[in-house]
Ligand binder design. Structure first.
Ligand SMILES: [Mg+2]
Length: 221
């Protein structure tokens, strides 16, 4: 088999088209605390990061604190929004059906959110038992810990893995782990030239517009 032995998918913005929904809900929470952020700034600061690191950033940069009740409320609204509106990324079902090698998911989100996202979009059956969350490691993306943990659990060395990511934080994490990288730019939030060039600056092995092409491009990696 040509190409990497294991495909590690990010979840948000790669398997599911969740970023516009989660950013909308997050910005409502931040606005309720008296801070207004525009969408481009919010994506640049928060994309691909765990809620724990977003909270740290909000404390340090904006001086606002989200307490446990705020986070509980945010999750409740987010999950309701996902149940009503979340869709898979275009072509992901075909891409997965076409893969001829093992794969897993490694996400900054909590395990319950990963499962909800994948169940809602009909993808859970592919990832049950192969879903890894930042809550399982000490440091979230852009640190390499989560991708290293996922690869180890799946029984592959980093040099045999490729990571499919939509965020700069995720690409940095994959590169720090010594893995090959596919930057996916086909999700709703990723279509701006600014976002694309931010990813291209990190020199991913491949920039992918159409998820349906994934099985074929893996053979050339
Ligand atoms: Mg992502």
């Amino acid at each position: 088999m040509a190409g990497p032995a294991l495909v590690v998918f990010d979840c948000d913005g790669v398997l599911v088209d969740s970023e516009p929904l989660s950013m909308r809900v997050l910005l409502q929470t931040i606005e309720a605390k008296g801070v207004t952020l525009d969408l481009a700034t919010a994506y640049a600061r928060f994309l691909g990061r765990s809620l724990a690191s977003i909270c740290r950033d909000l404390g340090e940069t904006d001086g606002i604190t989200l307490d446990e009740a705020d986070l509980e409320d945010l999750r409740r609204r987010l999950y309701a929004t996902f149940r009503a509106e979340l869709r898979p990324t275009s072509g992901i079902h075909e891409a997965i059906a076409g893969l001829d090698r093992p794969f897993c998911v490694a996400s900054s989100s909590q395990p319950e959110r990963i499962e909800l996202s994948l169940r809602t979009t009909g993808l859970w059956t592919y990832f049950e038992g192969r879903a890894f969350s930042a809550t399982m490691v000490a440091r979230g993306k852009p640190a390499p810990d989560l991708f290293e943990h996922a690869a180890r659990a799946m029984g592959h060395g980093p040099e045999h893995c490729v990571v499919v990511e939509d965020s700069p934080a995720g690409l940095l994490a994959a590169e720090a782990a010594g893995m090959r990288t596919v930057a996916y730019v086909g999700a709703s939030h990723a279509k701006s030239p600014t976002h694309r060039s931010a990813l291209e600056r990190l020199a991913p092995d491949i920039v992918l517009d159409d998820m349906r092409r994934l099985p074929e491009i893996l053979k050339r990696l």
